[in-house]
Design a protein around this ligand. Sequence first.
Ligand SMILES: NC(=O)C1=CN([C@@H]2O[C@H](COP(=O)(O)OP(=O)(O)OC[C@H]3O[C@@H](n4cnc5c(N)ncnc54)[C@H](OP(=O)(O)O)[C@@H]3O)[C@@H](O)[C@H]2O)C=CC1
Ligand SMILES: O=C(O)C1=N[C@H](C(=O)O)C[C@H](O)C1
Length: 345
Amino acid sequence: MATHCAPFTSNLRNPSPPTTTHPHSHTLQSHNCTTFTGGLKFTPSLNLKVSAMEPKSSVRVQAASSSSFGDLAVMVNDCSGKMGGAVAEAAVGAGLQLVPVCLTGPGLGRSFSVQGVSVEAVDSRDREGVMDQVLKEYPNVVVVDYTLPAAVNGNAEFYCSRGLPFVMGTTGGDREKLIEDVLKSGVYSVIAPQMGKQVVAFQAAMAIMAEQFPGAFSGYKLQVTESHQSTKVDTSGTAKAIIGSFQKLGLAYDMEEIEMVRDPKRQIEEMKVPEEHLNGHAFHTYRVVSPDGMVNFEFQHNVCGRSIYAEGTVDAVLFLAKKIRERADKKLYNMIDVLREGNMR
Ligand SMILES: NC(=O)C1=CN([C@@H]2O[C@H](COP(=O)(O)OP(=O)(O)OC[C@H]3O[C@@H](n4cnc5c(N)ncnc54)[C@H](OP(=O)(O)O)[C@@H]3O)[C@@H](O)[C@H]2O)C=CC1
Ligand SMILES: O=C(O)C1=N[C@H](C(=O)O)C[C@H](O)C1
């Protein structure tokens, strides 16, 4: 098993391979803007060149370049997906070494480039061999997982079995089992359904309120609506986490009651999602009403694009690398821990 406790050392390996551009490649673009009620906005963009590839049982993994973070490297599964792509781009932008291979869903692999780094996405059924090579070349790798709810537990079991520190951004799956498996394995990890700093701060504020004033909203009614791109398969993990605090505040609520909106027409007309963000948005509204209807609260966080999560994920990777370097006793963290320790840029 590889060790992941080495301090950062300068480790110049092989020079970067040339970026390959497949003749049939196309460019995926996603523009991001984040809008909270206060009106915060930013607009980076994501550029991935993607092309179809034959399935591979082995890949050649060569260190792409050295970085200002020594030999720390980040492997993003699946950086051919929407969120993984945004994280890969943010990681390269932050000066981190991106492992030029990642795991993708069963089927055809893909090759593409992220900010000039050529990446091969390989069928996850070949993960053992892929990881042997990754660990050989990048012993100080931190894995980031943005895959699908159905893959969460299997992927986490795999990372644990290989002693790989990881950031799990993927939502869904059996969350209790996920935590149990990680604790049993003793790997370092950050697991959170929400990586966006300001949303994490809101999540933390609700958790603090619940802890300090349990039952303060007893008898009140809660109504939750979450709207996401139509490709999102599960109910918002963030909504579930925040509802946990509302429940402690005394509101009776079943997670099944969460209203999921995935219909673009409704998103534009009713939720006021900007059309250009139909493919990447997360609008959450929590309404709290007194039994007699005389008192109303409304909490809302509306995010367009994915850069807020991508930047937070990079913060989580750096946080985890620090904990590994310090050989911290605590090994399992969430994003509130990362925020609390002042590790979010
Ligand atoms: N924590 C946070 O802040 C955030 C969390 N998320 C979560 O991230 C997850 C991904 O979302 P999104 O990027 O939009 O989804 P996408 O569908 O765009 O990407 C998921 C990718 O995972 C791949 N995949 C499926 N199974 C596996 C596997 N076993 N191993 C490796 N890769 C696999 C898919 O490949 P294929 O297409 O071949 O199946 C696909 O490319 C969701 O759970 C979402 O809720 C999203 C935003 C923020
Ligand atoms: O799938 C998404 O897009 C998002 N997923 C996370 C969730 O389920 O809470 C975070 C954010 O809502 C975006």
